[in-house]
Design a protein around this ligand. Sequence first.
Ligand SMILES: [Zn+2]
Ligand SMILES: [Zn+2]
Length: 325
Amino acid sequence: MAARRWITPPQDQWDFPWTRSDSCPCDSGKPFGDCCLRSDGRPHLKLGPIQPTPPATGYAHPRCYLNRSCDCSRTISREHYISRGLISRPGLKVRGMPWQAEPVMATSADALISKILCQRHNSALSPLDAHAQRAFLALEAAQMHATKASLSRKRFSTLISGEALELWAMKTLAGLYATGMDFKVGPYRFRDYPPPMAKIADGLTAIPPRSLMRLEVPTDADAHEASLGRSAVSTLPVIDEDQGRLVAVIFRLQGLGLKFHLEDKGAPTPSDAVLRPHMIDVVGPDRSSRIYVSWGEARPGQIVFLKLKPATPRQKDAWRASQKG
Ligand SMILES: [Zn+2]
Ligand SMILES: [Zn+2]
């Protein structure tokens, strides 16, 4: 993808296309006015609780990476490190993952399972997987809408949850580390730069949950990659040698990368990055798509523009196939 960025001044206006009586963009089937339209006039996709139902069990399962909260069940789950909905497509290819010997390999979703969460915590966190899947599919649909040849100039618009994406990134990064596997990121070993597991666990189990991440939609082409085919997912931990720590993680799906910066008080935040955008405009040759990103706090945000080339025939085929399957 050719991606370019224009940084806009902070926007106070959302200018969203849905009226109160339109069907809500979250696909709940309810009217927008009764669902994701918040009292301040902005759209907000609610996350819902991700804590186990009280009362707490008082038990810490030794293999659950959320056991600090002493609210585990006795049974361990068979958990996917990457949300199953994102990877359970036929012909899956995975890149940059610890279990692979080759740079790109085909695998199946069932190969990506590890016992890292108790059943109680696993099911409590499952809404995050659903939100992440929705977000990645929305980004994929936005890209296809913006690049496929059509006479229609109609804009595709949808709504995703930024909060849920950040919490999902925490869960996925912690899960990857909790598997105990090791792999190299360039010259670095993943295990030499552990994510802040205790802070992640505390953030995920807090009420309300607290994000340690800051979402960036990268506009440099390096963060994205050419389409690997129908189903490709990859992860790239970002290590800062000067700081001697893991500073971010990039998750890519179907070639589109989302970067999550780990919060660290005192460390410089990237100055040129648009963090927590409230709109992502995917701009194709003739049409564009707009993804509204909702955040818990009501504050002006920025727009990120991703400028795309026309889709290649291969990308179009892949997209068509994914719509059928
Ligand atoms: Zn809704
Ligand atoms: Zn647990």
